[in-house]
Design a protein around this ligand. Structure first.
Ligand SMILES: NC(=O)c1ccc[n+]([C@@H]2O[C@H](COP(=O)([O-])OP(=O)(O)OC[C@H]3O[C@@H](n4cnc5c(N)ncnc54)[C@H](O)[C@@H]3O)[C@@H](O)[C@H]2O)c1
Length: 159
């Protein structure tokens, strides 16, 4: 993707860690307009306090990305406020550590609903919109290293 300035990015998990770093670089260095989406309202407020002191356009979206209707509503809101989204960063992810023998169905369900389901919802929500607006579209899906290599105590928790 070239010529990032002025284009719109939607970043899941955008208040923390890897995703907050992406938001800072894309807004402050690349000149993109950025939406940060996260389930934690307090952390959204904290991130927005940081961006308020910068000369950037960052829009907070309070979203549990496992909810499909909520995800579509979030996309509607961002398109209305910022314009068509050209870059989706599926960066939100959750981790659990421990022996696989201790994992419950609840542990598996949470991992799958956020790390796989949330990513799926992002692709299903934004890809048709990117095709429809025809202004370019890129999607970056993030995974843990544990998606590629087998590490101790990461059997169920870093899908
Ligand atoms: N931190 C690392 O060193 C590292 C290395 C390689 C890969 N990764 C991957 O990068 C991704 C992000 O990792 P991180 O360390 O930045 O994590 P993090 O915990 O700092 O950030 C994840 C964010 O996702 C949000 N989130 C969780 N569930 C959500 C939901 N249902 N809806 C909306 N938001 C939700 C959290 O509130 C949090 O702000 C993960 O997929 C992780 O596996 C991280």
């Amino acid at each position: 993707m070239k010529d990032l300035a002025g284009k719109v990015a939607f970043i899941t998990g955008g208040v923390s860690g890897v995703a907050l770093g992406q938001a800072k670089v894309l807004a402050e260095e690349a000149g993109m307009t950025v939406a940060i989406a996260d389930i934690r309202k307090d952390a959204l407020d904290e991130a927005m306090a940081y961006f308020a002191s910068k000369d950037v356009t960052v829009h907070p979206v309070h979203l549990d990305l496992t909810g499909r209707a909520a995800y579509a509503a979030a996309a509607d809101e961002v398109e209305r406020v910022l314009g068509p989204v050209q870059l989706l960063l599926n960066t939100a992810g959750v981790s659990q550590f421990g022996p696989l023998k201790n994992a419950t169905y609840g542990d598996w369900d949470w991992q799958m609903s956020v790390n796989f389901g949330g990513l799926l919802n992002g692709v299903q929500t934004f890809m048709p919109r990117m095709i429809a607006h025809a202004q370019g579209g890129h999607i970056v899906n993030c995974a843990s290293m544990s998606a590629f290599v087998a590490l101790p105590h990461c059997g169920h928790g870093r899908i």
